[in-house]
Design a protein around this ligand. Sequence first.
Ligand SMILES: Nc1ncnc2c1ncn2[C@@H]1O[C@H](COP(=O)(O)OP(=O)(O)OP(=O)(O)O)[C@@H](O)[C@H]1O
Length: 268
Amino acid sequence: MSQDVVVIRDLVKTFGGGRNLFGRQASEVHAVRGISLDLKRGETLGIVGESGSGKSTLARMLVGLERPTAGTMQIDGRPWSELAAQGSRAFGRKIQYVFQDPVASLNPRKTIGDILDVPLRLLCGYDRATRTRRKRELVDAVQMPLDTLDRFPHEFSGGQAQRIAIARALAAEARILVLDEPVSALDVSVQAQVLLLLQQLRDDLGLSYLFISHDLAVVESISDRVAVMYLGEVVETGQAAELFAAPKHEYTRALIASAPRLDHSETA
Ligand SMILES: Nc1ncnc2c1ncn2[C@@H]1O[C@H](COP(=O)(O)OP(=O)(O)OP(=O)(O)O)[C@@H](O)[C@H]1O
């Protein structure tokens, strides 16, 4: 069996380009311009690039929220087109999306128990007893107390809410997580705790992560490999430590030079 859980080939996404109200050709936005990438089982692939480089568009296509203009993707051994033909739930069992703003991503009117119930019921079809057991396991897996299940999203800090969002992403036993700026909204000390939890979960459950961030220090700390995106293209990929220590592409060098928190200078 292939070690690659995500295979992306020549992926393109173009927005717009149709005729406008006056019959004129509207301008096209080339958000993703022919990307090829692989994500291996158990690996964290960091995706970096400035705002507008196409990171979120890539992520949204992977999880089935956006349809590619051209190219192919395979998710956990299944062609993207096959999952798309089955509807959005087919993606949910294979690949899950964790958003930047954890509190906003949780329904404020539902308890955490009810929020976790949704994927267990709709994606897995579990009976009530199994759902109850799984919900306990899930809050435990993200190191939250059991009474979390009876509380509402607003009762939690940003870091706790992100743990809950991660628990929800794990509910349907998808083994691939697309993490889109998952710690960017959190204080630095909380970021470190959530990153540690993500690493533990990855190792314990054999997860694979596509980890998107504009924060190079965060990406370097968690990623095995890194892909650098610029204007819709991947301009450089490499092992995280090597790529940050000796960037090959001009854009990667500029990105590192403009990042205040990443210090690769020699200490005397
Ligand atoms: N639905 C859409 N319709 C039209 N253009 C879009 C749409 N979504 C994204 N774009 C454009 O595609 C390009 C890539 O955007 P994308 O959000 O993927 O970049 P990003 O690297 O994730 O940036 P950010 O870090 O700001 O989210 C941008 O020029 C953006 O304006």
